[in-house]
Structures are given as structure tokens and as C-alpha cells.
Design a protein around this ligand. Structure first.
Ligand SMILES: [Zn+2]
Length: 263
């Protein structure tokens, strides 16, 4: 419990110290036990990974096909509903649904552009057995600073730093101020359209070679390969390749934004 307090100023992108171990254990629970031999383990490993790839494919397909229902009607809730995968949208929706318990007070203008607010919130606790959160009668204040120039906010609870989910205090503030949530808080990795790299890798348990994404990926990889070869051996051409790729990345992002705004 003490860990989030001491590392909350850092951005951890949802990674926890025990996450990897727990994830791996649960993945192999149904396939491996203490009597499993090495030969059996290899086969079971393939089966487990095949199952995992299939499940992820189903989740991604579900996120693209179905749209989770709006609960609060906040503008930012609609936005996240449209672009985030189901799993992450549920987290955002939990924050949106708790906005009704918040009260916002303006404290002071701390500099030319930054204004400090206090947001009063109710305390939520988690039931150890059911793992569900419940509302208590206790209150807690959070300090939120808002920069009028950059439109960025920083909340004392630091939920975004260690969960990569914008907190309800910041959502409340953006709503009160009539400002849109900046791109900085909308992570590309949680978008429905993002193609996870591992889905392009052909391994024994997962053959994605027939998908449209993978065909395109392979074509581009082949087309780029001569440039990488030349860039790595011809003097002073590496920087040229890297600059071109950087420019290309920006142009592709511009194209993506254009397509998304047309949807
Ligand atoms: Zn907060």
C-alpha cells in the first residue's frame, strides 16, 4: 500500500511490481502443474499462448464492433467511448460516474497562468473479499492546478501517473471550465485502432499471416529493409534515414487524425 505514495509522481503506465508474475501464473494455471514434464510443458506452453492470442483477438474485435453505453453524458465520456477499448473505457466511466460526489472550489491564482482549485471528494474503499469498491461517509480534498496556457491540469491524487487514466477531479475541472480534455491525457495505446505489435508476429501458436494488417506490415517491412541496410553501411546516411522516418511518422499521425475526425 505504501508504494503508490512514494512513486505517485512518476508515470508508470499501469505497471505494478507483481503484475508480471501474477499474469504469468494465471496464464498457465489451467495447463501446467507440478507433475508436468519438460516435453509436456512445451506443448502446454503453445496451447496456453494460442488461447491467449485468441482471447486478445476476440477482445479487440469486440471493442471495434460494439460501443459501451454512456452512463453520465459528459462530453469527455462520449469521446472516450468512441476511441478507447472497452477495458479502458470502463475505467474512465468509473471516474465519470463518481463526479456527482465532487465539489470544486477555486483557491488562488498561483502565477500568471496557473490557478489552483480544491476538489472535495468522498472516500471509496475496496471490499477485500468481493474486490468491489464502496462509498464511505469520509471526505477528502484534492488540490488540482490548471495552466490556462497549456490547458494541462495536475491533480494531487496522481491517478494518471500510475494508472494512465485521467482522474475524476481533472474531468470535473475540465467540465466546469468548459475546456476539452487535452490530447496528453488520451493515450494512443488504449485506442481501438492501435494494432498491437505482437499480433503481427508469426509463431507456432499464432499465425496471423492472413490478416490484412499483417500483409501490409510485411509489405512495408520488405520495402523499408533496403533503406535500413544502406543506412547502416553507407557513411553519414543513417541520420538521413532517421530524419525521414521521423517526418514520415508525423505525416502518418496527421493522416490518422484526419481520418478519425471524419468518422
Ligand atoms: Zn485526481
Amino acid at each position: 500500500m505504501w508504494v503508490p505514495i512514494y512513486i505517485k509522481h512518476l508515470f508508470w503506465a499501469v505497471m505494478k511490481t507483481t503484475q508480471r508474475v501474477k499474469s504469468i501464473h494465471s496464464l498457465f494455471d489451467d495447463y501446467v502443474n507440478k507433475h508436468t514434464t519438460l516435453a509436456e510443458f512445451v506443448e502446454m506452453y503453445c496451447r496456453a499462448m494460442e488461447k491467449r492470442a485468441e482471447t486478445e483477438k476476440q477482445y479487440d474485435g469486440h471493442s471495434e464492433t460494439f460501443i459501451w453505453k454512456i452512463a453520465c453524458g459528459l462530453p469527455c465520456e462520449s469521446f472516450f467511448q468512441r476511441y478507447y477499448t472497452d477495458v479502458k473505457f470502463i475505467d474512465i466511466q468509473r471516474e465519470c460516474s463518481r463526479i456527482m460526489f465532487l465539489h470544486c472550489f477555486q483557491n488562488a491564482v498561483t502565477s500568471d497562468n496557473v490557478t489552483e482549485y480544491t476538489i472535495s471528494d468522498m472516500v471509496w474503499c475496496r471490499n477485500k473479499e468481493t474486490k468491489k469498491e464502496y462509498l464511505t461517509q469520509c471526505k477528502r480534498n484534492y488540490r488540482v492546478c490548471f495552466d490556462m496556457t497549456s490547458k494541462l491540469a495536475e491533480c494531487e491524487c496522481s491517478l494518471f501517473n500510475y494508472s494512465s487514466i485521467i482522474c475524476r477531479h481533472m474531468i470535473k475541472l475540465y467540465d466546469i471550465l468548459g475546456e476539452e480534455v487535452p490530447d496528453r491525457y488520451i493515450l494512443r495505446r488504449w485506442r481501438k485502432v492501435v494494432l498491437r505489435k505482437h499480433t503481427c508476429v508469426k509463431v507456432v501458436y499464432h499465425d496471423p499471416s492472413k490478416t490484412e494488417h499483417v500483409v501490409s506490415y510485411n509489405e512495408m517491412q520488405l520495402a523499408f529493409e533496403p533503406n535500413f541496410s544502406k543506412g547502416s553501411v553507407v557513411k553519414d546516411t543513417k541520420q538521413l534515414v532517421l530524419e525521414f522516418l521521423e517526418l514520415l511518422y508525423i505525416r502518418m499521425d496527421e493522416k490518422r487524425v484526419m481520418i478519425e475526425t471524419e468518422i
